[in-house]
Ligand binder design. Structure first.
Ligand SMILES: Cc1ncc(COP(=O)(O)O)c(C=O)c1O
Length: 466
């Protein structure tokens, strides 16, 4: 039974227990899916009252580290491996397989296959070293980034169908940072932020850590539904709403043009800001005008090169109405002072040489091939994916009661997948019956091996291994 040593901590006992819990989850002592001792058992072991343990578990639940259910107990959340000091950061990814040893296969992170990019990256880095005005790239930059780097950002956005202007672009260190910049610059503490009810947990981390309130709006196979959004606005108008309109993470939904128009119309009617996180826009089965283009006067368009080219560049762009730019640039300055001009130069070369598009199209082709492998091995299961999405969202067969449990079983076979609970923004169990499987990390052979294994595990009733 997990019995923490509380001597290392200070403060009230329930805080000590909560801190020990966070540390042991972060270090992997308590893996995802692990069942915590009952209130009575842990209280007896520590010589405290069950109420004290309950308070500690409530703290951990608020931090997104554990989930509790009357009658079933309290469990470590699926991918909640967060540093003990982190604030509420639901759904932090587990350690990358590379950090765990070579025999792990990590299907938990949506990313491009970087091995396919290594050749390009080598040339790019050599060319950077030969840049004639290298010293100009070694200095501090103006707010928002150097003009030519912002121009490249605008060109990348235009290639995604967004009528972007360089003067309205601000560089960010990737889209996660872009989300932080958006929420920090354009909302105030305690204001309401909306996103899809099943959504990328990084959004919750940003919104909650900045002290804003977050609500998930009901989603269907196209993402956020206009009816649910309107109902929410009547109840309480949000300050800002974040949508992943193309290749939604995790449901792989794509908003139709009509849906985009309706969401934009609701933003106008109720006067709130739209954030269009279009990081997966290039994976759309057919080109679609970005959601932000339907209400550009109140929208922030956000993208990065992490999924289409290289996550390690940490390079993203936000585009918004001119009157927001000072605030956006100030948020970049507050958080990181500036985006590295060296990374921005690499991104600019990638975009201007046409290589960024080439890389994106190579990755799309690779993703399509991997989706066929998934179809072959998991096709008898219910899942959602796009023909070239990097991931799939799989509904577990009824004999499985939770994605977190399934992820824990997969982990015991050295396979990492993301249990669906981490994506449920309202913490209401909406994702419980799902797992998200990302396809692009390993080699194709490893992927085949992993999916074959997962297919076998899916047919194992969870009671059998518990
Ligand atoms: C919807 C969404 N937005 C933003 C991000 C963060 O991307 P970046 O690496 O550019 O920070 C992710 C990463 O998975 C994502 O899925």
């Amino acid at each position: 039974m997990w019995t923490p040593n509380l001597l290392d901590y200070e403060g009230p006992i329930y805080e000590k227990i909560a801190a020990a819990l966070a540390r042991d989850i972060a270090s992997g002592v308590l893996p995802p899916g692990a069942r915590l001792p009952t209130l009575k058992a842990l209280a007896a072991a520590l010589g405290v009252t069950p109420g004290t343990v309950n308070r500690a578990y409530e703290v951990a639940q608020r931090q997104g580290l554990v989930d509790g259910e009357v009658g079933r107990g309290t469990f470590v959340r699926g991918s909640a491996v967060a540093p003990a000091s982190a604030p509420a950061a639901p759904g932090m990814p587990p350690p990358a397989a590379a950090d765990l040893g070579n025999d792990w296969i990590d299907l938990s992170i949506i990313k491009p296959n970087v091995h396919l990019q290594a050749g390009y990256a080598r040339t790019l880095l050599r060319d950077l070293a030969e840049t004639p005005d290298l010293s100009g790239l070694l200095d501090y930059t103006p707010d928002g980034g150097r003009p030519r780097h912002r121009e490249a950002g605008a060109r990348w956005m235009q290639a995604m169908g967004m009528p972007a202007r360089a003067e309205q672009v601000v560089l960010t260190a990737g889209s996660q940072h872009g989300l932080w910049v958006a929420v920090n610059a354009l909302t105030r503490p305690d204001e309401l932020v909306l996103c899809e009810s099943l959504c990328y947990p990084g959004i919750a981390s940003v919104v909650l850590s900045l002290g804003r309130r977050l609500k998930g709006v009901a989603t269907d196979d196209q993402g956020m539904t206009p009816d649910a959004l309107r109902a929410q606005c009547r109840d309480e108008r949000p300050a800002l709403t974040i949508c992943i309109a193309t290749c939604q993470n995790p449901t792989a939904g794509v908003m139709s043009v009509e849906r985009r128009e309706r969401i934009a119309a609701i933003a106008r009617e109720f006067d709130f800001i739209l954030v269009d996180d279009d990081i997966y826009g290039f994976l759309a089965p057919e080109p679609l005008p970005p959601l932000a283009s339907f209400a550009p006067e109140r929208s922030l368009y956000l993208t990065s090169l992490s999924k289409s080219a290289l996550p390690s560049l940490r390079l993203g762009y936000v585009h918004g109405p001119a009157e927001w730019l000072t605030r956006l640039a100030a948020s970049v300055r507050t958080s990181i002072w500036m985006v590295s001009p060296l990374a921005a130069q690499l991104a600019t070369t990638l975009i201007d040489s046409g290589k960024a598009r080439e890389l994106a199209s190579t990755q799309r082709g690779e993703a399509a091939a991997r989706q066929l492998i998934a179809r072959e091995l998991l096709g008898h299961h219910a899942y959602r994916a796009l023909p070239a999405s990097y991931h799939l969202w799989l509904k577990l067969p009824p004999h499985w009661s939770s994605g977190e449990q399934f992820a824990a079983l997969a982990r015991s076979h050295k396979l990492i997948v993301a249990g669906g609970d981490s994506f449920a923004m309202n913490r209401d169990g909406e994702g419980r019956q799902y797992v998200r499987i990302a396809l692009m990390g390993p080699t194709r052979e490893q992927l085949r091996f992993a999916l074959t294994k997962l297919a076998g595990l899916l047919s194992t009733p969870d009671a059998a291994w518990l």
